[in-house]
Design a protein around this ligand. Structure first.
Ligand code: GDP
Length: 463
């Protein structure tokens, strides 16, 4: 552990507003560190509430003595607290002047400093109160916009990923122990092949890890799903977008940074944040500008998790001549035939095999909209797994598991070579040690200090 980290962890007592910075009935200011008791005394709390017992106390400015608020004061004695340190919570009235004045008062007290983003959780990890996956889960829980994301974050908080990672580590440890025994007593007459037999467990372990690595549902659920509408111009893509945005079943999300304009609509489907994207019309482009529009549409759709191909009963079924566009249309998850109010769809005319599933719709009358929302909901559930089972929820997990799988693969190859007489089992053992080490980084059992900055990069202050 670096000097700096030790200093930061055990040094200053930190404080922060842990609720949103806005006018509200109540705001909670948290403190963590050895000076909590002193800080409360400095605020004029002489009759200290017992740990975990709330007490209504007057708070005064330590310098001016001015009354700041009547607040509920809570204390937690180390190590029985979120961070593992002494902690205090001030439940003040949630007025902007009140919170600002209490924070200002705290900053006047010796040994106290404002918390940096993620500081409280960082201390909890460093003090062994939780592992890195739980810390990540707290960030995800706070960011969760829908029930499915919430469920996934709670699964991770409760150790779903950690337990599996520990299971994998135990398997590696057992294999390694046998292998090392084999190597150590190679000259003695031990029953031969103990280590080699243990290596038989490697392929199953490898398979299990690879399966989790390939499962993109957890990442998609955490990031949200992107759905692209593609098709020729004027088939009704933006009308469909607006129709979906206005429906009760598809709750338009209040996600920051998204606008309800004609191009993108953010909403929740099955508890998953979904971004519906209207791409430029796909057709054989005339001029350069149009060609650029098509190129972007293809690129957007390529990155989407779900592609909906739209055409209309009154337009030629297939206006696409470009191979890239055809490939994109053919990979669509869903085919919508819009403007059903105008008559029957054209009998055929596609120059490629459209996706099997076609649904009729009228964006104007709303006919078919219920069925469309239901189908989209099913697709979203299929792509995200709804917080059930998916273990890998972040790029960080993916990178680590890929490392582990690679080290196990190398161990397997070294073991195969050793059995063929082409090398020593020492090499396999070394690769397994590397795999074990890599796995330790998932929970922070290994290299926790180096990992903290990555994990806490997207934390906000007060967490
Ligand atoms: P986009 O270019 O694919 O986004 O198509 P728009 O949504 O702009 O629609 C093109 C035209 O078709 C507009 O005049 C819409 O009012 C009309 N339109 C869209 N959906 C329907 C529909 O279901 N029925 C009918 N009759 N007209 C529609």
């Amino acid at each position: 552990m670096s000097e700096k980290t030790i200093g930061e962890t055990t040094g200053a007592t930190i404080f922060a507003l842990s609720t949103a910075s806005a006018r509200a009935a109540i705001a909670v200011i948290r403190l963590s560190g050895a000076s909590c008791h002193n800080a409360l005394t400095a605020l004029g709390v002489t009759d200290m509430p017992a740990p975990r017992m709330a007490g209504l106390r007057a708070l005064h400015h330590p310098k001016s003595g001015a009354l700041l608020d009547e607040a509920l004061v809570l204390r937690f004695a180390a190590p029985q607290s979120f961070t593992g340190e002494d902690m205090a919570e001030l439940h003040v009235h949630g007025g902007l002047a009140v919170t600002a004045s209490v924070l200002d008062a705290l900053s006047e007290i010796d040994g106290l400093r404002p918390a940096a983003p993620g500081d409280f959780t960082r201390r909890a990890v460093l003090n062994g109160k939780m592992d890195l996956t739980a810390a990540e889960a707290i960030a995800d829980l706070i960011d969760a916009e829908g029930g499915a994301q919430q469920a996934q974050a709670l699964d991770q908080l409760r150790g779903q990923l950690r337990h599996r990672a520990e299971g994998w580590r135990d398997s590696l440890t057992a294999i390694l122990a046998h292998l090392e025994a084999d190597l150590e007593f190679a000259d003695e007459d031990l029953p031969g092949g103990v280590g080699q037999k243990a290596l038989h467990a490697l392929p199953d372990l490898q398979k299990d890890l690879a399966m989790q690595l390939d499962d993109g549902r957890g990442l998609r659920l955490r990031d949200g799903i992107r759905i692209a509408l593609v098709g020729a111009p004027n088939v009704g893509k933006s009308s469909i977008l607006n129709m979906l945005a206005g429906r009760d079943a598809a709750i338009v999300s209040a996600r920051a940074g998204t606008t309800r304009d004609a191009v993108e609509v953010a909403m929740l489907l099955a508890g998953v944040p979904v971004t519906l994207i209207d791409t430029a019309g796909l057709r054989a482009a005339g001029d350069d500008i149009e060609r650029e529009g098509v190129r972007r549409a293809v690129a957007t759709a390529d990155m989407a998790d779900i592609v909906i191909l739209v055409n209309a009963v009154d337009t030629p079924a297939d206006d696409a001549t470009d191979d890239e566009m055809k490939a994109l249309m053919a990979r669509a998850d869903l085919h919508l035939v819009n403007k059903s109010d105008l008559g029957d769809p054209p009998p055929s005319g596609w120059s490629f095999t459209p996706p099997a599933e076609a649904m009729e719709l009228s964006a104007t009358t709303g006919a078919g909209a219920e069925a469309l929302v239901a189908r989209l909901t099913d697709l979203v559930v299929e792509k995200t797994g709804q917080g059930g089972g998916a273990l890998v929820t972040r790029q960080r997990h993916q990178t680590i598991l890929r490392d582990v799988v690679n080290h196990i693969g190398a161990a397997q190859r070294a073991a195969d070579a050793a059995i063929d007489g082409g090398g020593g089992l020492e090499l396999a053992a070394e690769d397994l040690r590397l795999a074990q080490r890599a796995l330790g980084r998932l929970t922070g059992a290994v290299d926790v200090e180096q990992l903290l900055d990555v994990v806490f990069a997207d934390f906000c202050i007060g967490k």
